[in-house]
Ligand binder design. Structure first.
Ligand code: GDP
Ligand code: K
Ligand code: MG
Length: 299
């Protein structure tokens, strides 16, 4: 890792917020590469994942967190604990909300969590592209939960509106510091973890509501040959019926998941990928801390 120039700024910024406000989409946009998977399904993000943005004069390490919500099972509890503990272990908190909707209970719950935190908070009003008509009413609902000393920025993670301004605000909030990671690194996660996540993302996007939360993906083997990368992955579900959904009629769903995942993988690895998937039933894996740890969750 090179020595940082004089006046270089760096630090850690946690992106928190209720599920589906666009935390992972925002992080990917800011660092310019997809390292976190995104989908319209709540709890898409399970791991605390770091995304690294290095510019000429700053390095920001974003900590993308699972949405904060009321947990119903062991996996849910672990996810929320991780998100909450991130608040106190960073230099700045970016509290993201969906400004196309009024502030709700989920937003207020997080605002309360942040109330006593000594970490500086920036309220990020995302999805500005979806705001229509009289946006003042909606904005007013966020003024109610916003503490007077918090800063505010409005932007759209998908259209790009306001992102430069946001980035500048984030850097302004950092102190002088070193490179924590090599300047060309975009995430702290190993490649095989990202590969597994890309498969999980396609499952979230392609299968029915009841399946997504019961799915875990493990990369069993990843072999690089001169011509292509061979990836062997296991998809674990909790019930036999879910296995049926993932496999689909004559294997059609699994084929679709495989082909879409492979295309995503090829983009990230910039090379050809051979992907083999198999599905197994593992009852109640979400209730087991041991299995959670094996699947890579920080329990
Ligand atoms: P997270 O759960 O907070 O990490 O949310 P995701 O990043 O997974 O995004 C949830 C959904 O919101 C996805 O379908 C995104 O494409 C969508 N989304 C995120 N940001 C924006 C935005 O600025 N505008 C619009 N229209 N959609 C967005
Ligand atoms: K999501
Ligand atoms: Mg997310």
């Amino acid at each position: 890792i090179p020595i940082a120039p004089e006046n270089f700024k760096s630090g850690f910024i946690a992106i928190i917020g209720r599920p589906n406000v666009g935390k992972s989409t925002l992080m990917n946009q800011l660092i310019g590469q997809k390292v976190a998977i995104t989908s319209p399904v709540a709890q898409t993000t399970r791991n605390r994942l770091r995304g690294i943005l290095t510019t000429d004069d700053a390095q920001i390490i974003f900590v993308d967190t699972p949405g904060i919500h009321k947990p119903h099972h062991e996996l849910g509890r672990v996810l929320v604990q991780n998100a909450v503990s991130a608040i106190n272990n960073v230099d700045v908190v970016l509290f993201v909300v969906d400004c196309a909707q009024k502030a709700g209970g989920g937003d207020r719950y997080i605002a309360e969590l942040l109330h006593n935190s000594s970490t500086p908070v920036i309220l990020g009003l995302n999805k500005a592209d979806l705001q229509k008509g009289n946006s003042e009413d909606i904005d007013a609902s966020y003024q109610e939960i916003c503490e007077p000393h918090w800063q505010q920025v409005k932007f759209s993670a998908t259209s790009g509106f306001g992102l430069e301004n946001l980035q500048q605000k984030l850097i302004n909030n950092l102190d002088h510091g070193p490179y924590y990671y090599p300047p060309d690194l975009v995430t702290d996660q190993p490649e095989r973890f990202i590969m597994g996540e890309l498969i999980r993302e396609q499952i979230l996007l392609l299968t029915r509501e009841e399946v997504p939360h019961s799915v875990a993906v493990t990369i069993e083997k990843m072999v690089e040959t001169p011509k292509l990368t061979k990836i062997y992955a296991a998809i674990s579900v909790e019930r036999k019926s879910q296995k049926g959904i993932i496999i689909g009629d004559k294997g059609s769903m699994l084929k679709e998941i495989g082909s879409a995942s492979r295309q995503q993988m090829q983009k990230i690895l910039s090379g050809k990928v051979y992907l083999e998937l198999f599905v197994k039933v593992e009852p109640k894996w979400r209730q087991s801390r041991l299995r959670l740890a094996e699947f890579g969750y920080q329990v």
